[in-house]
Design a protein around this ligand. Sequence first.
Ligand SMILES: CCCCCCCCCCCCCCCCCCC/C=C/C(=O)SCCNC(=O)CCNC(=O)[C@H](O)C(C)(C)COP(=O)(O)OP(=O)(O)OC[C@H]1O[C@@H](n2cnc3c(N)ncnc32)[C@H](O)[C@@H]1OP(=O)(O)O
Ligand SMILES: Cc1cc2nc3c(=O)[nH]c(=O)nc-3n(C[C@H](O)[C@H](O)[C@H](O)COP(=O)(O)OP(=O)(O)OC[C@H]3O[C@@H](n4cnc5c(N)ncnc54)[C@H](O)[C@@H]3O)c2cc1C
Length: 643
Amino acid sequence: MNPDIVKERQNATFNVEKLTNILDGSPEKTRRRREIESMVLNDPDFQEQDPNFLSRSERYDQAVRKSAQMILKLREFGISDPDEIYYYKNCVHPDRPEPLDLHLGMFLPTLLNQATPEQMDRFFTPAWNLQIIGTYAQTEMGHGWWRCSQRASCSATTPTVLPALTSEDWRPQATFDPATQEFVLNSPTISSIKWWPGGLGKTSNHAIVLAQLHTQGNCHGLHAFIVPIRDMDTHVPLPGIVVGDIGPKFGFSEVDNGFLKLENVRIPLDNMLMKYAKVEPDGTYVKPPSAKLTYGTMVFIRSMIVGQSALALAKSCTIAIRYSAVRHQSELKPGEPEPQILNFQTQQHKLFPVLATAYAFTFVGQYMKQTYNRISGDIHEGDYSGLPELHALSAGLKAFTTWAANGAIEVCRMSCGGHGYSRSSALPDIYVEFTPTCTYEGENTVMMLQTARYLLKSYSQARGGQQLQGSVSYLSRLQPQPVSAGVPPLNIQDLASLVQVYQLRAANLVELAATSIQQELQLRHSQEDAWNSSAIDLVRASDAGLLSVPQALQVSAHIKELLIQLRPNAVALVDAFDLNDKKLNSVLGRYDGNVYEHLFEWARHSPLNASEVPPALTIIVIIKHNQLIGSFFPRSTSLSTST
Ligand SMILES: CCCCCCCCCCCCCCCCCCC/C=C/C(=O)SCCNC(=O)CCNC(=O)[C@H](O)C(C)(C)COP(=O)(O)OP(=O)(O)OC[C@H]1O[C@@H](n2cnc3c(N)ncnc32)[C@H](O)[C@@H]1OP(=O)(O)O
Ligand SMILES: Cc1cc2nc3c(=O)[nH]c(=O)nc-3n(C[C@H](O)[C@H](O)[C@H](O)COP(=O)(O)OP(=O)(O)OC[C@H]3O[C@@H](n4cnc5c(N)ncnc54)[C@H](O)[C@@H]3O)c2cc1C
């Protein structure tokens, strides 16, 4: 054990185990989490080659092998609780998305939320047993999301055939054919090819495809269909299915994100997910109780991503803080030993806010999950009243937490200097695997605008005298103040006072956005143009701080004081996240702090070190010996060598 890190732990002023229990929810939950962890980390079937030294195809193959083992073991150990599956999976594939993510995270939950009992028997049971492997295909090459009501090509009441359509307006279509009781699915244009779904490229044999439903000559907008894409025995693509991998990406190397072109693919009537919307055998369309229920799986994953932001931050600051405790640089005072870099105020100012955010997001993630479970329980009982708030909260928190975490991971990486750039630190991988959360499940700006839409509606209800409940109740309580009213009183030591200032700022920003829309409406006369011209204010309204210059200075001074208070407990606070070394997989973030010897050891495994003279270098050796000069270069430009 590195002596610096030992001293850090001796100096801590609280019981780390108790804090771990609080983070987990209870001592029993900590015990069970560790039990699952050791099932995976001590299981030789999950041993792997360091993916840093593998090609993409090798990484995919290794991940598929581990995922298959995972499903067998989950069955063997009878693990079926979604939280436990999620935890087990995260130990099997630490930090890395894997080929079955979409199957577990979106295909199964979409069936649970939108399938009829008959469809549950036909699809969910075999999918649970991994006979059916599914993905969720919404995004297309030309569109990440649709606004059906604004498009001439589709609205719940418009006839299918409309004049003045360009081919680019067309999206994947599912047209009901009453003669055969089938839907005929087509991707009419290049831009309508499904693009991005995880596990689609090679792994899945089924996809939930989001397509426009056409029946009896009318288009009814986006609906979900279960489409078999590969033969269940041979895994060969079925007729009419053009499917494959979209190629290498920034990260996600283990995942076969794919493309899917549908060419007159026929599926039975009862392959449309019909828990809510329905098509009768004669083609009659039955509306769902709420059209928004189609988007339910996205709300589920967005809620989950809030917790993933916390985990990514916990990992990043564990690595950066432990490393900063054992790394020494630059004499502070001449003649004295070099200090731990964690003693530099600037280093603390980089890392301690990340640490605080990791804690805050952990609790926000738990709150989001509880809210999701509560409101989705109501929805299952037929009460849809909480859906708008759940959508606004999950969309806004997904965007806010992922943006914040994305920036903070990079702060942690840079705070580790050069070694942070090495993949041995794990920080580059954490970044590339985390950063697409800002894009997928709804691009963050688009999500902020969804939240703003809810805030503005709530604002106008509050101005109309309604007493609002829940997360927007502050809009009823607080009267937005004009700038001339000055800044509110603030006690920076008092949490309630800080919350009140945040709420006031939020109310002011919502009012600012609403005023902007009103002004723009007078200028532009169209609600949509006014909305777009106020979009910057709207995004700000979803991301609410209202301080005077002296108050801001007071906050700065208080932050410096807090850095000093936090310093003795920094290592213990990251230890409390209880991230096992094998899960963390970082040379810099090792629990024992023995960084340098393991860094050297890790580098020696680089494939480039497999031979002292890599084969490609023989050409240089030959050139050096001047044997090729005559044939490679004209005499006049021949290299001068000393040999
Ligand atoms: C269960 C058993 C299983 C157990 C196993 C569990 C083990 C767990 C293991 C898990 C492993 C998990 C790993 C997960 C990894 C995940 C990887 C993710 C990969 C990525 C996938 C994707 O990206 S899928 C594609 C996602 N795409 C999007 O998100 C598109 C974003 N766009 C939108 O959301 C759009 O806004 C829209 C298309 C939804 C709507 O656009 P439109 O313009 O038509 O709408 P409006 O703005 O006009 O709004 C209309 C109206 O609807 C309301 N609304 C919009 N969205 C929602 C919603 N989601 N919910 C509710 N309401 C919504 C909006 O507020 C408007 O309401 P008004 O009342 O009219 O104001
Ligand atoms: C790693 C990864 C995995 C994915 N997995 C899946 C999957 O499994 N299944 C699936 O269906 N999809 C998947 N996706 C696709 C993902 O859901 C989309 O990329 C995402 O929804 C964003 O859509 P887009 O790419 O069309 O971006 P665009 O909407 O084209 O966004 C581009 C820019 O335009 C801006 N913009 C767009 N609309 C507006 C607006 N109304 N107002 C203001 N600005 C706007 C955005 O803010 C952004 O800056 C995945 C993507 C990635 C990166």
